[in-house]
Design a protein. Structure first.
Length: 345
C-alpha cells in the first residue's frame, strides 16, 4: 500500500476514541431539531432569508446564541447561510414547518415524552420497567389519553415516522384476495386507506379507541374512501371486530409487554375465522449483528412504551403461544416487514 493510501485509510477510519465521542455528541442533533421546531424557525424563514438578529427578535432569543444554533442546523442541511449571514430554508428544514408530521415528530421524539423516559435508561435496564412511567407516574398511552393535544401530535408524528411504510406494504402483499380488511389499532386510517386505494376490491374496518378514530373521517373523505371503510371504536384489550378475513396490526404488538400482546392476539384469534389471516407490520429484526433501525427503536420501546421489537424466531414463539402458526415474513421496500400468520387448528 502506498503512503497516500495509508493516509487515506487513516482519515477514513478514525480511532475508536474519536468514534465514541462522535456517537456521544450525536444526541445534540435531536436537541437541535427539537429546538428548531419549538421556535418554529421553518415558519419564520418560509417567506425568505433572515438574519439571526431578526429571528432572535421574533423568538425572544439571544441573538449570538441563536446564530450559533442556526449555523449548526445549517451544517446539518436544514438551512443555508449566505455571505450576509442570513439564513434561508432548505427542503429538509421546510419539512419542519408547523402542522407537518416532521414538526410533530421533532416535538414528540425530541421532547419530554421520549427524553424523560431515556433519562431513566439505567432504571429500565436494571428493572425491565419503563423510564417513562417512573418519570410521569403512568404508562405512556394512559398519559396520552389524558393529554389530547400531545396525543394528536403523537399520531401525526407516527404518520411521518412510518410514512414510507404504508405504500411499501400495499405493494408488497396481495390484499386483493380479501373481502374485508380490519385495521386493528389503525389510528386515523393512514395504513388502511393506502391499502384500499391500491386494492379496489376489499372493504375496510378501522378499529381504535374512541378518541383516536373520531379524528379519522376527514382523512377518509380526503382520500375518497369513506364509503368503503366502517369506523368502529373500541379497545383491542377487550375485543376485536369479527367478520374480517384479514386483520392487520401495524406497530401495535411492539408497543406492549408479553402478557398484553397475548391478550391482543387472543382477541384477534377469537374474532377470526378459520381461513382468516393475521398480518403484523413491524420492524422485524435481523438475526445476528446486522444493523437495523429497529434495534435503536427497541431502546425506545424499552424505556418509553414497555414493548419490544422482535426477530422472526421471537415472533414465531409469541404467535405460537397465542394460538397462531406463523407462515412467512414478507419484506417490503421499507424497514418494515409483514409477519403473516393463520389460526392454529
Amino acid at each position: 500500500m502506498s503512503a497516500v493510501a495509508d493516509v487515506q485509510a487513516d482519515i477514513a477510519a478514525p480511532p475508536p476514541e474519536a468514534q465514541i465521542a462522535e456517537i456521544l455528541l450525536s444526541q445534540l442533533t435531536s436537541r437541535l431539531v427539537h429546538l428548531a421546531a419549538v421556535l418554529k424557525l421553518a415558519d419564520l424563514l418560509a417567506e425568505g432569508p433572515r438574519s439571526a438578529e431578526e429571528l432572535a427578535a421574533l423568538t425572544e432569543a439571544h441573538a449570538p446564541a441563536l446564530y450559533r444554533v442556526m449555523r449548526s442546523l445549517a451544517s446539518l442541511g436544514f438551512f443555508a447561510e449566505d455571505a450576509e449571514h442570513r439564513f434561508s430554508l432548505l427542503p429538509l428544514g421546510a419539512a419542519l414547518k408547523s402542522g407537518t408530521p416532521s414538526y410533530a415528530a421533532a416535538l414528540v421524539l425530541g421532547g419530554e415524552i421520549t427524553m424523560r423516559g431515556l433519562d431513566q435508561f439505567l432504571y429500565s435496564v436494571q428493572s425491565g420497567e419503563t423510564g417513562f412511567e417512573r418519570s410521569f407516574g403512568m404508562p405512556v398511552f394512559d398519559w396520552l389519553s389524558s393529554h389530547p393535544e400531545q396525543a394528536s401530535l403523537f399520531n401525526l408524528a407516527m404518520v411521518g415516522f412510518h410514512g414510507m411504510e404504508p405504500p411499501a406494504i400495499a405493494a408488497a402483499y396481495d390484499f386483493s384476495v380479501f373481502q374485508t380488511i380490519a385495521d386493528v389499532g389503525g389510528s386515523t386510517g393512514n395504513m388502511l386507506t393506502t391499502i384500499l386505494a391500491q386494492h379496489p376490491g376489499p372493504q375496510g374496518i378501522l378499529f381504535d379507541l374512541p378518541h383516536v378514530v373520531e379524528n379519522a373521517p376527514p382523512l377518509l373523505r380526503q382520500r375518497g374512501l369513506a364509503d368503503r371503510i366502517r369506523i368502529e371504536p373500541g379497545s383491542f384489550f377487550e375485543r376485536v371486530p369479527a367478520g374480517a378475513d384479514a386483520y392487520i396490526l401495524s406497530h401495535v404488538i411492539h408497543d406492549w409487554n408479553h402478557e398484553q400482546c397475548l391478550t391482543i392476539l387472543g382477541n384477534c384469534r377469537r374474532a377470526m375465522g378459520s381461513t382468516s389471516r393475521l398480518l403484523l407490520a413491524e420492524m422485524v429484526l435481523p438475526e445476528g449483528n446486522a444493523p437495523h433501525p429497529g434495534k435503536m427503536l427497541d431502546m425506545v420501546m424499552l424505556t418509553v412504551a414497555g414493548g419490544e421489537e422482535r426477530n422472526p424466531s421471537e415472533y414465531e414463539a409469541l404467535l405460537d403461544e397465542a394460538g397462531f402458526r406463523m407462515t412467512r415474513v414478507v419484506p417490503t421496500a421499507s424497514p418494515v416487514s409483514l409477519v403473516e400468520a393463520v389460526p392454529r387448528n
